[in-house]
Structures are given as structure tokens and as C-alpha cells.
Design a protein around this ligand. Structure first.
Ligand SMILES: Nc1ncnc2c1ncn2[C@@H]1O[C@H](COP(=O)(O)OP(=O)(O)O)[C@@H](O)[C@H]1O
Ligand SMILES: [Mg+2]
Length: 359
């Protein structure tokens, strides 16, 4: 398989709920968003994933209407949002900090925007009760935020947005304040909740595992650009660029040269490519097999090994190679694996899963 194939962003077949078309944004002379295009289909959860400062929040703010884009367009259900003010956009935003009103009860926090909009009292009460039931907080109506756990506060923040029945839900790193264990639970819960409601959503995170858990598709961002938008497995198995391969999951890279449309791999196998000249080949650590020394071109020595739960991660120093090769294997109780210093041989399990990028 080969790295760069087709456009960086895939396009949904039915007409999208949210369409971001060539959006650009600068602050002074600094380009924060550069020609970002992304379609989000009905009921789809798309995650913006990228390192801090790559423009994720800025893109959300443009969708929500807190910022105006300098170029490009944003439409929801075919309607251009350019002239639609923040409070009229059919968008709900859950922020990184929950921003609950500390002096208001849970019910009043959730009903706040409905009161502002002059929704009749009885209808507001009904919608607040329904939203609280959705996030499993029935019975917590009269508590104050300080009397809730972090996870519960987070659910109030979500209920406060759901009560407005938004067409598009935007979530900006909503789990940042939670500890790792609770974060994992909340990810699964929130994904199931959003899917059961069928809400079209954009979720923002810098955490690759969170993105893999939450998303129907992941849009990987780099310095204001979307490098690849694809389902999690495709992003992981067929990263379009070396940057995406490096950002998601662990990877090994080797320099190589294309000869007759094929690239040689370090173990003597080869893989077809449409590229020419100097390239970089990428293999995931789980696509490598470690074995006792054997006849073959790829020999090495375990420099370091550690158990990571059910897996063993090996760092192997190879003969003639300067970079450390990472291998991941299932840890089986019956074998003791390969200790530090052990001589080993390496093999690529499936050459077709190696990606080839321009050097
Ligand atoms: N109001 C602003 N004025 C100037 N620069 C800004 C402003 N907001 C964000 N930036 C810059 O834009 C870049 C992207 O920021 P942001 O969208 O918050 O990134 P992310 O959410 O991916 O961490 C950063 O370099 C940030 O410093
Ligand atoms: Mg941000």
C-alpha cells in the first residue's frame, strides 16, 4: 500500500449537514487556518485531532460564529452561516471548562438559555427534565455545581447544550479536566449518547486514543491544515502522510529507493509503489515479528523491552541500522519473550500494510 492517495478529505455521499469549504483565518500576519474543508454527514461524529496550537478551537469558533472566517464558507443544512449571528446559529458548544454558573442549581443551569429565550415555563421545565434524564442526572435538579463530581458537572454542561436541541454539536476537549479512568468511561458514554440522539457532531481533542474511541471519522490537523479525514481504522492502517503516521500510533520509518516500481523492505521482502526515487517506508510495530536469530538479512539485538499490560514492546538495535526498531507482540504467559541483550531476527508480517511516502 502506498501513502498519499486521493484528496486529503473524503466527502460524504449524501448531502452533509455541516459543510466547511476552504475556510481560512489569520490573526494579524499569522495564518491559523489554511484552506480547511470538511463535510460532516447527518449523525456523524467527526473529530478534529492535532497538537496544541494547530487551530482546532479556532475552527470550532468559526463554526459557532464567535469568529468570522477570512475566507471560505460554512453552511449548515445548506444555509450559509456568514450572516447568521452567534445566538441564531443552530449550534451547541460544550467547552473545555464547563463554565457552569456556581450560584445556580443544576436545573437552572440547564434551563438558563431557555429562560433567556423566553420559552414558556412549563415547556422549559419539560425540556430540562428530558435533558437531565438523557445524561442520567434525574434527581440532581436542586444540587449546585460544587456538590457534583467532575464527571457529573461535565454531564450538566452537556445537558445545557442538548436542551437547546442544536442541529450541530461542537465539543472542545470536554474531558480535559477529568482523570484518565473517568475520561475513558465518559468517552464511551458520550459517544453512545450522541449516537443514540443521532446528533451531528464535531469533537476536538489532542489525544489520539480519545479520537480513536469517539469518532466515526478523524480529521488530522497540522498547522492550520487538515492533512487527512478518514475513519479511525483507515487513518491508522493507511495514513495519507508521514505526519499522520507519526502522529497516530507508533511507527518505524526507513529510507529506501524505488526500483522498478517496488521498494525493498529491511527483511528482504518488497512492496509495490507508484512513487519514484527516494522514499520513506513506514511499518507499525505490530506488523513486525520478532524471532530467535535465523538466516535472513534482518538481525538485531534487544536493547530494551518492557511489558505494557497484555503487550510486550521491544526496542531492537539492528545491524547496520542506526535507528531503534520498535516491535510490539502479545505477551503470553508461557513464553518469557526476549530479554534485554538477546540476539533476534526481525520480519515484516504483512508488507502490504507498510506505507510508502516521498522522502
Ligand atoms: N485571539 C487570538 N489572537 C491571536 N492568535 C490567536 C488567537 N486565538 C488563537 N490564536 C493562535 O492561533 C493558533 C491556534 O490556536 P487554537 O485554535 O486555540 O489551537 P488549538 O485549539 O488547536 O490548540 C495558536 O497559535 C494560537 O496562539
Ligand atoms: Mg483548543
Amino acid at each position: 500500500m502506498q501513502g498519499p492517495t486521493g484528496p486529503a478529505t473524503s466527502v460524504a455521499t449524501t448531502s452533509p449537514v455541516l459543510r466547511i469549504g476552504g475556510v481560512g483565518k489569520r490573526f494579524g500576519t499569522f495564518t491559523v487556518l489554511d484552506d480547511c474543508s470538511l463535510d460532516v454527514a447527518e449523525g456523524e461524529i467527526v473529530t478534529l485531532l492535532g497538537p496544541s496550537g494547530c487551530g482546532k478551537t479556532t475552527l470550532l469558533r468559526c463554526i459557532a460564529g464567535f469568529w468570522d472566517a477570512d475566507s471560505g464558507s460554512i453552511t449548515i443544512d445548506g444555509q450559509d452561516m456568514a450572516r447568521v449571528p452567534v445566538n441564531r446559529r443552530p449550534v451547541g458548544v460544550v467547552f473545555q471548562s464547563y463554565a457552569l454558573f456556581p450560584h445556580l442549581t443544576v436545573a437552572r443551569n440547564v434551563g438558563y438559555a431557555l429562560r433567556m429565550q423566553g420559552v414558556p415555563r412549563a415547556e422549559a421545565a419539560r425540556r430540562v427534565a428530558a435533558a437531565l434524564e438523557t445524561v442520567s442526572l434525574t434527581g440532581f435538579e436542586d444540587r449546585y455545581p460544587a456538590q457534583l463530581s467532575g464527571g457529573q458537572q461535565q454531564r450538566v454542561a452537556i445537558a445545557r447544550v442538548l436542551v437547546m436541541e442544536p442541529r450541530v454539536l461542537l465539543l472542545d476537549e470536554p474531558f480535559n479536566a477529568l482523570d484518565a479512568k473517568l475520561r475513558g468511561t465518559m468517552q464511551v458514554e458520550l459517544r453512545q449518547l450522541i449516537k443514540s440522539l443521532g446528533l451531528t457532531s464535531i469533537f476536538v481533542t489532542h489525544d489520539q486514543e480519545e479520537a480513536l474511541t469517539m469518532s466515526d471519522r478523524i480529521a488530522v490537523m497540522r498547522a492550520g491544515r487538515i492533512e487527512q479525514a478518514a475513519p479511525p481504522d483507515e487513518i491508522f492502517d493507511r495514513p495519507a502522510t508521514a505526519y499522520v503516521a507519526d502522529f497516530i500510533g507508533s511507527s518505524n520509518f526507513w529510507p529506501s529507493l524505488v526500483a522498478d516500481g517496488r521498494v525493498s523492505l529491511p527483511d528482504g521482502q518488497s512492496v509495490a509503489t507508484g512513487l519514484r526515487g527516494a522514499v520513506r517506508v513506514m511499518a507499525r510495530p505490530h506488523n513486525l515479528q520478532i524471532a530467535p536469530p535465523a538466516a535472513g538479512p534482518w538481525q538485531g539485538r534487544v536493547a530494551f523491552q518492557r511489558s505494557v499490560g497484555p503487550l510486550v514492546e521491544y526496542h531492537v538495535e539492528t545491524e547496520g541500522g542506526d535507528a531503534m526498531v520498535k516491535v510490539v507482540a502479545m505477551r503470553r504467559a508461557q513464553d518469557r519473550g526476549f530479554a534485554d541483550g538477546t540476539a533476534v531476527s526481525l520480519r515484516i508480517v504483512d508488507p502490504a500494510l507498510c506505507a510508502v511516502y516521498p522522502a
